[in-house]
Write a protein that binds this ligand. Structure first.
Ligand code: SAM
Length: 466
C-alpha cells in the first residue's frame, strides 16, 4: 500500500509523502525498486538495437524535407516507416516538427498532427504543405527580391523583449534579421510566406552566438576544453564569426537554406494526393481537436519524464519569430508542456501503476525532489488522459506505437515504458510488444548506485493494439 496521501491546498491536489523508507540502506532500496518494477513487467522485452540510431533526429538531418528544420528531439523517418502497414490515416498527437506527418504525406496517406508548441506547429505545417512547380519558381524570385531590399527599414522593427537578446545577436544583426522577416511577412499568400519564414527561422541558430545543447542553449563565446572553460569576448567573437560583410553573411545563409528547401520540394512535387493537417493544442484534448475518421496507426514520441523544457531550447526561434511576445505568454505555453518542471496540474490520478510506490522511496525533504515528484505525478496523470483520448481515436485492430525513454532521480528509476504500458491497458489497449532500443547512461553520481537496475535505464518502443 502506498503511503501517499492527498491534501487539498488552494483547490489543487498535492501529493504528500510520509516516507518511512528513506532510512532503508541502499541495498534494500534497490531490492524494493526491483520488486516494484518487476511487478510492472508483463510483456516480454525484445531487444532491437537496429532501431537505436532511429530514435533520434540524426537521420532526419540528412533527409529531404525532414532536414528543413533541426528539431533535435524528433525521431527518424525510417522508424516511422518501420511501423507503416496498409495505413488509411495516421495520427501523431505529439507531432513536434512533423516527422510522422511528412512520412505519411510522402506515401500519400492522410495524416493529422497535434502539438502544443506554436513553433513546432508552424514548422510541421510548412513541411507538409503542397508546393507546385510555380511556387518553387516564385520562392527563388522572392528570395532575390528580399535580399535586394535596401537597409533602412530597421528603425521600424521591434526588438524582441527577450532579456538576453543582445547576447544572442549583436544589435545590427538582430535588426537585419528582423528586416528580412518584415519583407517576408509582406508576402500575401500564406503558403509562400510560410515557406520563406521557415527558411528564415531554420537559419537563426547558425547565425547566432548560441547552440542548442543538453537541456538548453549555450553561448558559442564559451567553449569547453579539456582544461576547463575558455571565454571569448562577444566583440572578438562577432568580428571573427560574421567577418567584414555582416549582412552578406546572413543573406548567404538564408539563400543557401532556401535553395536546399527548393531542391527538396522540387524532388517531391509529384507525390500522391493526401489530406494533411496540423493542429495546435494538447494531446490531452485529442478527441476535441481531431474530427473525422479514426486512425489505423497512431505513432508518437511524447516528452520524456525528464524535466526537458521544449520552450527553453527553442526560445531564440520563439521570440524572434514572434510566436511569443511576452514572458507571460511563454509561461502559459510551458504550463501545458508535459514532462517539464513548469507543467501545472490541478488533478492527480491516484491509480498510476507502480508510480507512488516508487515515489515513496524518494527524499521528500529536498526541494528539487519535491518539484520532480510533482512533475512526475502531473506527467503520468496527463499521459493517462492522453492515452485514453488516443484509444478513442484509433480504429478497432489499429496500432499505437510509443517511443519513450526512462529516467532516474535521486537513485530511483522511473520506468516510463512499463508504467505507460500498464496505463494503456487500464484505458483499453492490448499490449503487443515492448522493444528495448538502447540503454541510457545516467549522471555519474547515480551511476554506481543504479548499477543493479541499469537494464531499466533505456529507450523503448511500446507497441499496443486496440
Ligand atoms: C519528443 S517531441 C516529438 C518530436 C516528433 N516526433 C518529431 O519527430 O519532430 C515531443 C513533443 O511533444 C510536445 N508536447 C509537450 N506537451 C504536449 C501536450 N500536452 N500535447 C501535445 N504535445 C505536447 C512538445 O512540444 C514536443 O514537440
Amino acid at each position: 500500500v502506498s503511503k501517499f496521501t492527498k491534501t487539498e491546498s488552494s483547490g489543487d491536489q498535492d501529493v504528500c509523502l510520509s516516507n518511512e523508507k528513506l532510512d532503508l540502506p541502499i541495498k534494500d532500496l534497490i531490492e524494493e525498486q526491483r520488486r516494484i518494477i518487476s511487478g510492472l513487467e508483463d510483456t516480454e522485452l525484445v531487444s532491437k538495437p537496429e532501431f537505436s540510431s532511429l530514435v533520434n533526429f540524426s537521420e532526419a538531418r540528412k533527409e529531404p524535407i525532414h532536414r528543413w528544420f533541426k528539431y533535435r528531439e524528433g525521431f527518424s523517418p525510417s522508424l516511422v516507416y518501420a511501423f507503416f502497414e496498409n495505413e488509411k490515416r495516421v495520427i501523431d498527437p505529439f507531432c513536434g516538427s512533423g516527422t510522422t506527418l511528412v512520412c505519411a504525406r510522402l506515401k500519400g496517406i492522410d495524416t493529422i498532427g497535434v502539438d502544443i508548441n506554436p513553433l513546432a506547429i508552424f514548422v510541421a505545417r510548412a513541411k507538409i504543405a503542397p508546393y507546385t512547380k510555380d511556387d518553387l519558381e516564385l520562392f527563388s524570385s522572392f528570395t532575390d527580391k528580399i535580399l535586394k531590399d535596401k537597409p533602412g527599414k530597421s528603425k521600424d522593427v521591434d526588438l524582441p523583449k527577450l532579456g538576453i537578446i543582445n547576447k544572442i545577436f549583436p544589435e545590427d544583426i538582430t535588426r537585419h534579421l528582423l528586416e528580412l522577416k518584415t519583407s517576408i511577412n509582406a508576402i500575401k499568400e500564406d503558403r509562400h510566406r510560410n515557406f520563406l519564414l521557415l527558411g528564415w527561422l531554420a537559419m537563426l541558430e547558425s547565425v547566432s552566438n548560441t547552440r542548442k545543447e543538453g537541456n538548453g542553449i549555450k553561448y558559442r563565446t564559451t567553449k569547453r576544453t579539456p582544461t576547463g572553460y575558455v571565454h571569448e569576448s562577444f566583440e572578438e567573437w562577432q568580428r571573427r564569426f560574421y567577418g567584414e560583410d555582416r549582412r552578406g553573411f546572413i543573406n548567404n545563409r538564408f539563400k543557401s537554406q532556401i535553395r536546399m528547401m527548393i531542391d527538396d520540394a522540387r524532388a517531391f512535387s509529384s507525390i500522391p494526393e493526401s489530406k494533411a493537417e496540423v493542429i495546435e493544442g494538447s494531446a490531452t484534448h485529442l478527441s476535441d481537436l481531431v474530427s473525422g475518421d479514426k486512425a489505423s496507426l497512431i505513432i508518437f514520441s511524447p516528452p520524456y519524464a525528464n524535466c526537458f523544457d521544449y520552450f527553453e531550447i527553442f526560445k531564440v526561434e520563439l521570440w524572434m519569430g514572434s510566436f511569443v511576445t511576452s514572458y507571460d505568454e511563454m509561461r502559459d505555453l510551458r504550463r501545458n508542456s508535459l514532462g517539464s518542471l513548469w507543467h501545472a496540474n490541478s488533478i492527480t490520478d491516484p491509480d498510476i501503476p507502480g508510480l507512488y510506490d516508487l515515489l515513496d522511496l524518494v527524499d521528500q525533504n529536498r526541494v528539487w525532489d519535491q518539484k520532480v515528484m510533482s512533475m512526475l505525478t502531473a506527467y503520468f496523470t496527463n499521459m493517462k488522459i492522453a492515452l485514453s483520448e488516443i484509444h478513442e481515436k484509433l480504429l478497432p485492430q489499429g496500432k499505437c506505437v510509443i517511443v519513450v525513454g526512462n529516467s532516474a532521480y535521486s537513485g530511483i528509476v522511473v520506468p516510463t515504458d512499463l508504467i505507460l504500458s500498464k496505463i494503456a491497458r487500464q484505458v483499453g489497449f492490448r499490449s503487443q510488444e515492448m522493444i528495448c532500443v538502447r540503454h541510457l547512461t545516467t549522471s555519474s553520481q547515480q551511476k554506481k548506485r543504479l548499477e543493479p537496475l541499469k537494464r531499466y535505464l533505456r529507450e523503448s518502443i511500446v507497441v499496443l493494439r486496440n
